[in-house]
Design a protein around this ligand. Structure first.
Ligand code: 5RP
Length: 226
């Protein structure tokens, strides 16, 4: 679906502006929902200090919108990170990486005090795993990691022809029912050759903004001031 015609994504993207204060440096994720957020953020470009981007694609969009892109190495930690997700639970646990930007997304999320996740209602699930779990792997480890994942009960599929912004490969793991996302993220992180698991559970979203044609819902898994 053309994102311009997805009122759920549009509503969530626009609602995220409530978390953007003047003089902030904004962490910016990747994907079609974030593209709508960048378009909305452009109206505030003179009032924010700039953005830290999670992908080459978002960097290009931010620059085209007249928003300065800053290096995370020089900004220090950020107040806010805004990003989409492929699946989200009411606890703020996420599957991300459908666009392949999971590594930089996880870094910017980790470096941010508050993570605002913007999704349409179709992304909300009770149990993560219907969407294949993306895992970024060092190219030489791809087959080794695939065998380990198979032993754990998943069915890995190489996203053939796709190279991440970091020069790595992606395995999309089908057939998982992720009942304990924190443990699974920790377990997969132990495998040498895995760069990043697209499970965002150890650092979940602090706020999930859910756009539906009927309106906007907000979930705050932990107590959040705003
Ligand atoms: C990219 C991501 C995206 O946030 C995720 O794929 C959702 O994308 P979209 O907003 O297009 O539905 O994790 O790596």
């Amino acid at each position: 679906m053309n994102t311009a015609q997805n009122p759920g994504k549009q509503a969530a993207a626009e609602a995220a502006l409530e978390w953007i204060d003047d003089d902030m440096i904004v962490g910016v994720g990747t994907g079609s929902t974030v593209n709508l957020f960048i378009a909305a953020l452009a109206a505030r470009r003179g009032r924010i200090r700039g953005a830290v981007s999670s992908s080459e694609a978002s960097t290009a969009r931010l620059r085209a919108a007249g928003i300065e892109v800053l290096d995370l190495n020089s900004t220090g930690d950020l107040e806010i990170y805004v990003d989409g997700a492929d699946e989200a639970t009411r606890h703020g646990y996420l599957i991300k990486g459908g666009g392949g930007a999971l590594t930089r997304e996880k870094i910017v999320a980790a470096a941010s005090r508050r993570f605002v996740c913007i999704v349409d209602g179709s992304k909300m699930v009770d149990v993560l795993g219907r969407f294949p779990l993306p895992i970024e792997v060092v190219p030489m480890a791809r087959s080794y990691i695939a065998r380990q994942i198979t032993r754990l009960g998943g069915q890995p599929v190489w996203r053939e022809g796709f190279v991440t912004d970091n020069g790595n490969a992606i395995l999309d793991v089908h057939g998982l029912s992720i009942l304990d996302p924190v443990s699974m993220e920790r377990e997969l992180n132990q495998l040498p050759g895995i760069v990043t698991v697209g499970l965002f559970a150890q650092r979940p979203a602090d706020v999930v903004l859910i756009g539906d044609p009927s309106g906007l819902r907000k979930i705050v898994p932990q107590t959040d001031a705003r």
